[in-house]
Write a protein that binds this ligand. Structure first.
Ligand code: SF4
Length: 367
């Protein structure tokens, strides 16, 4: 049974969206029109304000300038195509069209009024081919721009504003490997944390990687206190290589060593994501070995493990029984590693971890 399903009329045109234009270009465009420098910040602020839904809403900007802006820049780089809500109302998923017709998905997870987390995509498709992940089946179509990442947040921001609410957290766990699109990912995180724009606290932003080691090191040097999550998913290389081809390039020891460097340099705890696949990586021995390997690399308290029960998808895997998952968590805790079993929501609309995939397969251009 599903909650609801909404279909939009798409109207995507080819010129740049305001989120895709940097301050220098926007400033030059404004100077050409004799506008003061402060207009850059003014327009940026408007473009991230919840409930400002188009150029006509910029009522403190002269009408002549608004009209010029509307001709030169699209208001958003993404256009909603459809939206679905899970039967329990806890998850919403939007299919968004990009200017070239490719499509991506983004998810909103409201948490009973306490917080609203948005899961963003960083690529259309993904080249990493993790065996349990629907996005991985698509292959890579293209990287998203920073504007296309940020505009996923704004899509939900606008919806929540109509309900008197706002986005509080952002997780980079949608379609794609964020560190394969590092520059745009970082630029989008900076926009989201900019006090003059979205103003979301960096501590409420999490970037998740499948283990692109050089970029983990790069992020540690950015001075941006966001959270890092690393998909580990196995305690031994033979299992990890079988389900995550990236392990051939950066194996478990290399990933754990980079996580340790990240934690040491940033003084921030690293989260390891671990999808529980019945009969593959969910044994008591696997749990004990995982705790041991993390402890060998990281100081006490520097790591946390999120255990994610497998959600129906590719690979023909099965979800372990609840008792087995709880036992796995207990063994980790006994080994000095804090752990939580995180049940993903939104399975009935294929919005849970590992389930995002553009329905048409390879994205087809919008009419
Ligand atoms: S789990 Fe992440 S990195 Fe792996 S294929 Fe899916 S989207 Fe790509």
């Amino acid at each position: 049974m599903s909650g609801w399903h909404r279909r939009y009329r798409c109207d995507v045109t080819g010129h740049d969206a305001i989120s895709e234009v940097d301050d220098g270009v926007l400033g030059a465009w404004l100077t050409e029109r004799g506008e003061p420098a402060y207009r850059v910040r003014q327009i940026r602020r408007h473009a991230s304000l919840a409930g400002t839904c188009g150029w006509s809403d910029l009522t403190d900007v002269p009408k002549r300038l608004r009209d010029d802006l509307a001709v030169s820049f699209r208001w958003s780089s993404v256009e909603p195509v459809t939206e679905q809500a899970s039967a329990d109302g806890e998850t919403r998923k939007a299919l968004l069209a990009l200017w070239d017709g490719h499509r991506i998905e983004t998810v909103l997870m409201p948490h009973h009024g306490a917080r609203n987390s948005v899961c963003v995509s960083t690529q259309a498709g993904c080249p990493m081919a993790c065996a349990f992940c629907a996005t991985g089946e698509m292959g890579l179509i293209r990287n998203l721009t920073a504007g296309e990442i940020v505009d996923q947040v704004r899509h939900w921001q606008d919806e929540l504003a109509a309900e008197g609410d706002r986005v509080s957290h952002v997780v980079y766990m949608g379609m794609g490997e964020p560190f394969n699109n590092y520059e745009a990912t970082l630029a989008s995180a900076r926009m989201l944390t900019d006090p003059d724009a979205f103003g979301i606290s960096p501590r409420r932003i999490t970037i998740s990687t499948c283990g692109v080691v050089p970029k983990i090191d790069a992020l540690a040097s950015e001075g941006l206190p966001i959270n890092l999550a690393i998909s580990l998913h196995a305690p031994v290389d033979s299992i990890r290589t079988a389900i995550m081809p990236i392990n051939r390039r950066w194996d478990i020891d290399l990933v754990l060593a980079s996580a340790a460097r990240y934690a040491k340099k940033t003084k921030r705890r690293v989260t390891f994501e671990y999808i529980l696949l019945g009969g593959v990586n969910d044994s008591a021995e696997a749990a004990a070995l995982l705790a041991r390997r993390i402890t060998e690399h990281m100081r006490p308290g520097a790591a946390h493990v999120n255990l994610i029960p497998y959600n129906p998808g590719p690979g023909g895997f099965r979800r372990p029984p609840v008792e087995r998952m709880e036992r796995f968590a207990e063994i980790l805790e006994g080994g000095g590693i804090s752990a939580t079993v995180r049940i993903s929501k939104g399975q009935d609309i294929a919005a849970a971890c590992g389930q995002l995939k553009v329905p048409e397969g390879r994205a087809a251009p919008v009419a």
